[in-house]
Design a protein. Structure first.
Length: 112
């Protein structure tokens, strides 16, 4: 009887020493050009400031509003080339005046 070995998914082979010294980032930057990070964020805003906050969010590069509720809720989709930009956008939104909360609902990576 022949044994069939399961193949592990393709991953970036990173040497422990390279990882600890930050040298793996050079190789991952090459593959980053082929990926897109996508995130969905639920933003709770003071209802009377909904339009102003929505305009401020739409002014951010990579941010798009896909839904709104007059009670002060916005569904925002973020798209960026790397996860660090997603984190920066999320922090930027959460620190905006009149934003009560900004919660990450979904995050995914789309690879070419």
């Amino acid at each position: 009887m022949k044994h069939i070995m399961a193949r592990a998914p393709d991953t970036l082979a990173v040497d422990r020493r390279e990882f600890l010294n930050g040298q793996w980032a050079k190789r991952s930057a090459e593959s980053a050009a082929l990926t897109a990070e996508i995130a969905s964020v639920l933003v709770q805003v003071r209802p009377e400031k909904l339009d102003a906050v929505a305009r401020a969010i739409e002014a951010l590069h990579g941010a798009e509003i896909h839904g709104r509720d007059p009670k002060g809720k916005l569904v925002v989709v973020l798209e960026a080339s790397d996860v660090g930009v997603i984190g920066t956008l999320l922090n930027t939104i959460s620190l905006m005046p009149d934003v009560l909360t900004a919660a990450l609902v979904f995050h995914g990576t789309d690879e070419a």
